[in-house]
Design a binder for this molecule. Structure first.
Ligand SMILES: Cc1cc2nc3c(=O)[nH]c(=O)nc-3n(C[C@H](O)[C@H](O)[C@H](O)COP(=O)(O)OP(=O)(O)OC[C@H]3O[C@@H](n4cnc5c(N)ncnc54)[C@H](O)[C@@H]3O)c2cc1C
Length: 469
């Protein structure tokens, strides 16, 4: 039976039963951790009032995380793991009565092994603090999400995140070597950190992307790299979007892996690189690593781009992007200006990417109140790439803005399914994509539900997210 105590009783009981645990029960602290940065939750909370969990706990160790989960499991109290709330899919959204498990106190870098190139870190460490601590020792993990200052290393793993330099360093699943996870009943399991293993299915993948529904990451061991000796990159204008996509496809096929591979369509190029764009798509490429590798790669990729009609616009636009790449307007500020905007990232193979790009932009632009639907490519693979769509619309009032929002999401996701792409490249499922998960995974959703029932039989871990038991 679910816990029915009042928030005050719940806070008092947790304080009594888990001595030393930090428990927050003031409304502001709870509301600040009761939703993530999903723009639909923001609009709903302006319309209906802010969501509120019952209580926030801030464990200082894996032992305390385990104790909270064991307690919650016994009392059937739902628990929402919380990093920094930068998720954009509604994976943190209190419905009332939950314990928010804020991992922010578990923020220590525990070990850096420069010989084996590994780093061990507690899961609540802020991403930018982690990279800064590695840089001070001469290393990098190479994971640079735009939200690096707004997110935790544990949140990255829980959402299967990607950084802006992923074409070189890989995504979070290539970086996670080993981990410690607390299960719903309070058991702690450790998956060892080794270069590679053939010990059956890879259990790390049970938890990567599970959005706090199957377990709570407490400690992570990541693969790291020596800090790069050199960075070198340029911007190019491309005659058409198709030419830009073809250049990227050929770069990947030839085995080059520039850290930055970003192709903006003409709309986004005009918005971000107005001085050079001239109505054309813009391609940014940047290599980093040892000087020998960087020089060789930069020359090779520039030749491929020239072969597709790209015109070299020099280093400045790339440097300017590097300097400002994480400064984006908040959803709040856009709402204040009477706008509604969001981003939707998907991925697809090279043979279909042009079709998906054009079809989504054309269909999205027809949705009522939308005045711009655009996209860029930012994570490339030998087989294909992501597309990061952005829509902007006029907001008459919140109810109609929510209708516009839902319609653009439906159009984008259903077109992606129709043309054979994946509905999520790196933001995860949360609540926003959950209605379509079965269309991509088929019977896989039943398997996920069975895993959920097996690992969390009482359904306490982040209910409502990803999959229903
Ligand atoms: C401006 C902006 C830019 C962004 N840019 C990027 C980008 O470039 N790349 C990218 O991938 N994403 C990006 N995001 C999305 C977001 O930053 C990521 O999803 C990030 O990984 C979330 O981390 P967090 O610590 O804030 O997690 P939260 O939002 O707090 O939580 C996200 C999910 O993970 C779960 N969770 C958190 N910590 C743990 C844990 N220790 N164990 C188990 N579950 C946990 C939560 O329950 C929730 O389901 C961006 C977001 C914003 C607002």
């Amino acid at each position: 039976m679910a816990h029915t105590a009042s928030p005050t009783d719940l806070a008092a009981t947790l304080t009594r039963d888990i001595p030393g645990l930090e428990v927050l029960s003031d409304a502001a602290a709870i509301q600040a951790r009761s939703r993530d940065s999903w723009v639909r939750s923001l609009m709903k909370s302006r319309l209906d009032g802010p969501p509120s969990a019952a209580v926030v706990v801030r464990p200082a160790s894996a032992g305390e995380v385990a104790a909270v989960l064991a307690w919650a499991d016994r009392s059937r109290t739902p628990v929402i793991p919380f990093g920094l709330g930068s998720g954009v899919c509604g994976a943190v959204l209190a419905e009332g009565g939950e314990i928010v498990l804020d991992l922010g106190k578990m923020n220590r870098l525990l070990e850096v092994n420069g010989d084996s190139l590994t780093a061990v870190v507690e899961s609540g460490m802020r991403g930018s603090d982690f990279e800064a601590a590695l840089a001070a020792r001469g290393f990098t993990m190479g994971h640079w999400p735009q939200s690096i200052e707004l997110s935790t290393v544990g949140g990255w793993c829980a959402t299967r995140a990607s950084g802006q330099f992923s074409t070189l360093y890989g995504n979070i699943e290539q970086m996670l070597l080993g981990c410690e996870v607390a299960l719903a009943d309070g058991r702690l399991i450790r998956l060892p950190s080794v270069p590679r293993s053939a010990t059956g299915p890879d259990l790390r993948h049970l938890f990567l992307g599970s959005e706090g529904t199957l377990g709570v990451f407490t400690e992570l061991t990541f693969r790291i790299h020596p800090a790069p000796e050199k960075q070198l990159g340029r911007a190019f204008t491309m005659p058409t979007l198709g030419a830009g996509l073809e250049a990227l496809r050929k770069i990947m096929r030839a085995g080059w892996t520039p850290a930055v591979t970003r192709l903006y369509d003409a709309t986004e190029a005009g918005r971000n690189f107005s001085i050079i764009a001239d109505g054309k798509p813009v391609l940014l490429l940047m290599s980093e690593g040892t000087a020998l590798r960087v020089d060789t790669e930069a020359a090779a990729v520039a030749a491929i781009v020239a072969g597709e009609g790209g015109i070299d616009r020099g280093e400045e636009p790339l440097k300017s992007w590097l300097g400002h790449r994480n400064n984006v307007p908040t959803f709040e500020s856009l709402l204040e200006q009477g706008l509604i905007a969001d981003t939707i990232e998907v991925a697809i193979s090279w043979d279909r990417i042009g079709d998906l790009f054009e079809t989504v932009c054309a269909r999205g632009a027809k949705v009522e109140s939308v005045f711009a639907m655009s996209g860029h490519v930012s994570h490339c693979y030998t087989q294909g790439a992501n597309i990061y769509f952005t829509f902007v619309g006029a907001q008459r009032d919140l109810p109609s803005a929510i209708r516009t929002y839902d319609e653009v999401w439906k159009t984008t996701i259903e077109t992606t399914i129709e043309l054979g792409g994946t509905i999520a490249h790196h933001h995860g499922i949360g609540r926003v994509r959950k209605p379509w998960l079965h269309k991509e995974l088929g019977e896989g959703v039943a398997l996920l539900a069975a895993l959920k029932r097996s690992l969390d039989p009482n359904g306490i871990l982040n209910p409502g997210v990803l999959v229903d038991p």
